[in-house]
Design a protein around this ligand. Structure first.
Ligand code: NI
Length: 149
């Protein structure tokens, strides 16, 4: 019997591993207020472009997310809106121009194993970048215990 591709892995329910980097690697997320602004940007964008977030880590100069857009919403729309939303929050306070690198990197996840690998990658990322010795000590890592459910 040919194994069936789970519905969630078809084009409509595609899951992505996304990396967004700051312009010239400026470490803007060493400021906790900026981490809070990014989280708030995700919450606000969710109100009009729905998605499921399985994992997120905010490092000083980049962030990674494992995310599944809802049907009929493309990943570029969500990530673009999050970047724009946070830019606007900072502009209102500091009147500064963009602090994002243009565009972003994404990788389409193929299956459950690929999902598990990338969620674990997010969890261990602060250790990989030398920010903490134990992943549980990093404040800005979020793993959804329900995965994408
Ligand atoms: Ni990283």
């Amino acid at each position: 019997m040919i194994s069936k591709i789970p519905e969630r892995w078809d084009g409509v329910n595609q899951v992505y591993f996304v990396t967004v980097v700051t312009k010239e690697r400026e470490p803007i997320f060493t400021d906790d207020a900026n981490c809070e602004r990014l989280l708030q940007a995700f919450r606000e964008v969710y109100a009009y472009h729905h998605f499921r977030l399985a994992a997120l880590v905010i490092n000083p100069d980049h962030w990674h997310a494992v995310i599944r857009p809802y049907p009929n919403i493309v990943i570029e729309t969500i990530i673009g809106a999050v970047k724009q939303n946070m830019l606007w929050k900072v502009w209102k306070i500091q009147k500064r121009q963009t602090f994002w690198q243009p565009r972003f990197l994404d990788h389409r996840l193929r299956n459950e194993e690929d999902l598990a690998y990338h969620v674990n990658y997010v969890w261990l990322n602060p250790v990989k970048h030398g920010l903490v010795e134990r992943p549980e000590d990093y404040r800005w890592t979020f793993i959804n215990p329900k995965g994408l459910g």
